[in-house]
Every structure is written in structure tokens, then in C-alpha cells.
Design a protein around this ligand. Structure first.
Ligand code: PEP
Length: 257
């Protein structure tokens, strides 16, 4: 993948149920990566729920594994009960925010313009990077709409970003029909979608940027499917849901099947 350092991320979603279970998982991950030369391997990021962020940062200290938040609120401060601001995430020492996950888009009705506003809020924090998730539904895929759907999600999601901010964006291509379904895209399907994403990014921001930007594949990635996916020239890593919840499978995905 053209000098692009791969990035493997674990999206814990709304798991596990308690801090002690989270600590157990983090200790196992930390143990597995203690002696890892993480600088030589892929960049690794875990995305626990908000209440576990500080614990994750502390438990993973020394492993080189980064920590990110799964969402951010649309406000910066004030009378917005229950919201979380980008400055709060950044000030804990987290270095990523995941935005535009299909569960946020569908279950919580996040629009592309909400997502774009959140991307901008993250970019105001000098130490935050963003994983922007895009992807088509099964129906859109069957109708040949993959390219036009991700085109629009990228165009609207990244609207108004400065050139230097674009360097802090990772794109995750996640076909909705593959998320949590056990129906992983074939490596050929992923490669062809990643070419479409890179093509759009080239049209929007130039070919040089398109060649630098990392594009992860997400959707039912497991130790059994990671190697083939990573062999594709335009697949620069994976965003892993279910298989990131056990240290063993997450580690095997990072290390390669
Ligand atoms: C995800 O939540 O981004 C995801 C890809 O989930 P899973 O790996 O479980 O399909």
C-alpha cells in the first residue's frame, strides 16, 4: 500500500458492560503488545466507550496503542446536558475520534452536515485525528450506487477542511451490509470500493493527497479474512468491531491472521 503505514482500529461500540470487564480486556491487549515493536507494525487504535477512555489511556501506556472516542457532541461548552466536547476528549490524551459510523447515521439520524460540523470541531483540537466512516447499504450496492453514495458522504463530510487538516483524516470504507453481519466483503470488492474512494478524494483534494490518505476496510473483519484484505494495494488497514472485543482475535488481526 504505497508507503502508507497501515492502521488497525478496534471499535468496541457499547461494550463491555462494566469498567472491570473493560480493564480486563485492556490488560490482555496491553500484555499482548508489551513487547511489540509497534513503530514497525501498523498503527493501532482502540475506541472504547467514553467512560473508559482514561482507563484505556492509562492501561495502554507504553504499548504505543492509541485511544479514540466513538463520537463527539456538536457543542463546545455550556448548557447542553449529556453532551461531550472535542476539547474534553483531546484533553484526556485521546488522539482519535470516529465519526459517521453507520450506526450513528441510521440509529441516531446523523446527517452528513452534522458529521462535517463534528469533523471541524475535532480539527480545532490540534491533537485529534478523525476516522471518517463511509459506506453504502446493501440496496444501494445492488443498485450500483456505491460510488455515488460514498462520493457524497466524502464530499459533504470533508467540506471546508484545510489542506493541513486533511492529513489528520483517515477514511474507513464500511459497507453497511458487512457491518456486524459476518458477511465480509471479498478482497476484490474492498479493493474496488477503495479505488472509488481514492478517486473521489483525488477529485476533491488532488492526486497527491489521494495517494497519502489511509483507507481502512470495515465490516466483519476477522483473523480469517484480514490477510487477504491487507494484500490489496488500496486497503491500508481495518476498522474492526466484534473481533476487537477479545484480545486474542484483535491481536491476531493486528499481527496478520
Ligand atoms: C464496525 O463497527 O465498524 C464494524 C466493522 O463492526 P464488525 O467488525 O463487527 O462488522
Amino acid at each position: 500500500s504505497q508507503n502508507r503505514r497501515p492502521i488497525i482500529a478496534g471499535n468496541w461500540k457499547l461494550n463491555p458492560a462494566t469498567i472491570s470487564e473493560a480493564e480486563n480486556l485492556l490488560k490482555l491487549i496491553s500484555g499482548n503488545f508489551k513487547n511489540h515493536r509497534t513503530l514497525d507494525g501498523p498503527e493501532i487504535v482502540v475506541f472504547p466507550p467514553f467512560p473508559y477512555l482514561t482507563t484505556a489511556i492509562n492501561e495502554l501506556d507504553g504499548t504505543g496503542i492509541k485511544v479514540g472516542a466513538q463520537n463527539v457532541g456538536l457543542e463546545t461548552k455550556g448548557a447542553f446536558t449529556g453532551e461531550v466536547a472535542a476539547s474534553m476528549i483531546s484533553s484526556l490524551g485521546a488522539s482519535y475520534v470516529m465519526l459517521g459510523h453507520s450506526e450513528r447515521r441510521t440509529l441516531y439520524k446523523e446527517s452528513d452536515s452534522d458529521i462535517n460540523a463534528k469533523v471541524h470541531l475535532c480539527m480545532e483540537q490540534p491533537n485529534l485525528n478523525v476516522i471518517l466512516c463511509v459506506g453504502e447499504t446493501e440496496e444501494e450496492y445492488e443498485s450500483g450506487l456505491l460510488k455515488s453514495v460514498v462520493d457524497l458522504q466524502l464530499k459533504k463530510g470533508l467540506m471546508g477542511l484545510k489542506k493541513e487538516d486533511l492529513k489528520r483524516i483517515v477514511v474507513a470504507y464500511e459497507p453497511v451490509w458487512a457491518i456486524g453481519t459476518g458477511k465480509v466483503a471479498t478482497s476484490e470488492q474492498a479493493q474496488s470500493a477503495h479505488i472509488a474512494v481514492r478517486g473521489t478524494l483525488s477529485d476533491l483534494f488532488g492526486v497527491e493527497y489521494a495517494n497519502e490518505v489511509k483507507i481502512q476496510y470495515g465490516g466483519s473483519v476477522s483473523p480469517a479474512s484480514i490477510d487477504e484484505l491487507m494484500q490489496m494495494p488500496d486497503v491500508d488497514g481495518a476498522l474492526v468491531g466484534g473481533a476487537s472485543l477479545t484480545a486474542d482475535s484483535f491481536t491476531r488481526i493486528v499481527d496478520g491472521g
